[in-house]
Design a binder for this molecule. Sequence first.
Ligand code: NDP
Ligand SMILES: CC[C@](O)(C(C)=O)C(=O)O
Ligand code: MG
Ligand code: MG
Length: 491
Amino acid sequence: MANYFNTLSLRDQLTQLGKCRFMDSSEFTDGVNALKGKKIVIVGCGAQGLNQGLNMRDSGLDISYTLREAAIKEQRQSYKNATENGFTVGTYEELVPNADMVINLTPDKQHTQVVNTVMPLMKEGATLSYSHGFNIVEEGMKVREDLTVIMVAPKCPGSEVREEYKRGFGVPTLIAVHPENDPQGHGLDQAKAYAVGTGGDRAGVLESSFVAEVKSDLMGEQTILCGLLQTGSILCFDKMVEKGIDPGYASKLIQYGWETITEGLKYGGITNMMDRLSNPSKIKAFELSEELKDIMRPLFQKHMDDIIGGHFSKTMMEDWANGDKNLLSWRAETGETAFEKTPAGDVEISEQEYYDNGVLMVAMVRAGVELAFEAMTSSGIIEESAYYESLHETPLIANTIARKKLFEMNRVISDTAEYGCYLFDHACKPLLADFMKKIDTDVIGKAFDADKNNGVDNAKLIEVNTALRNHPIEVVGSRLRASMTAMKPIV
Ligand SMILES: NC(=O)C1=CN([C@@H]2O[C@H](COP(=O)(O)OP(=O)(O)OC[C@H]3O[C@@H](n4cnc5c(N)ncnc54)[C@H](OP(=O)(O)O)[C@@H]3O)[C@@H](O)[C@H]2O)C=CC1
Ligand SMILES: CC[C@](O)(C(C)=O)C(=O)O
Ligand SMILES: [Mg+2]
Ligand SMILES: [Mg+2]
């Protein structure tokens, strides 16, 4: 199998990378009808499998789970997830031959083996679905010609797919039909019905391509969504402790701080997040973030280049072949960091204090979101898609850190995202070493405007506000958020 993207002509690469159409809510009036009464069998019952299945069943669809035999026999967690929630569970032989749609929600590393096992059992004309296109795009999986191949990719961790659905909202979702596999021409209708089933249509659906999803998803998760939140957590915690801030306070400020400040981001973009700071703090956060952008830009660009060219997927697949040696040692290393090992203190931190005492965190979020967006859009990824993969998803990942720190984030995201997160973190920490030497508690741990820093130059403030409000991510963001009328608050 060869990297599918690299086999395309430049013209086709650009067409597929740029495929992205924000769908109007009127296109979903048929609801789940295209899948109503169809037998839908999900392979795997982990982060995405369980939560998508719960939503789709609540939306009136017929969902059951197929697991590998050992998982059923040993009653593993995936078996418990499915049976304790009242779903039918069966082996591949029992459930796949009758399925109208098979949804592959196993880890990306397993896709070639899973698809090669399941495909011969699938009935003529059935549909195979993915939630991430790695297997098709990076590994070049060829699927039987009579099968329809679609993708419904929630831009969010599985846990939040469920939480947002229960709140009456949903998560932005990319849908796509693989151009090589749409023999009956009904792939798009099925993908739309599936997105309604998970609640994705309430938050916004992009009709995209496997290629655009993979390249943007990998970029978002490696950089702003997971990589920078990990780097920022570790660096900010270590700095506060070095400067004498109580470790319990520092731990709490970071664990819950990302969630609190990015809630402002989710509602009103970077403008609103920065507006939550006092004017002197906002100017300071702006200056820090400009400096951070200059330092980190080459790293963001390298990640984008490695993703587009296939170097990232090649090296990750080498680690798969090597028994996940890097992934497992990096995971263990993360568990040993002082931030991870220091429990949040029993101290009250008000919502506003997370902003006031977290100026550096706000600066990191602004820098990371804008850099990821800029790197994606300059590589041919459309702005709407880049917005979801940077700004919109950051709060959803931050929610997982609030639950159980980096351990929880890395547990909930896919193994692919976790690998890329560590890769970025290892390159980013040394890059920020000199920058961090200059950092003191006035921008992390204490309020910047507490005593002497409480005046502003009007001209400077106007310049900062203009720069923030006119960034292209703010322009596309305010348009997209206008359609998210059912968004519900978290904190
Ligand atoms: N995690 C996330 O939030 C997101 C994930 N995605 C994508 O969704 C897909 C699923 O990822 P995710 O939910 O993280 O996966 P998980 O790691 O949470 O899911 C693991 C599930 O797959 C099963 N599984 C593992 N290995 C095999 C195998 N060899 N054969 C059959 N079943 C196997 C496990 O069952 P058992 O080991 O018990 O047999 C378990 O049920 C991926 O393509 C990912 O990129 C997309 C968006 C977000
Ligand atoms: C953030 C990573 C992700 O792409 C996701 C939750 O959307 C993943 O692969 O887990
Ligand atoms: Mg994703
Ligand atoms: Mg991903």
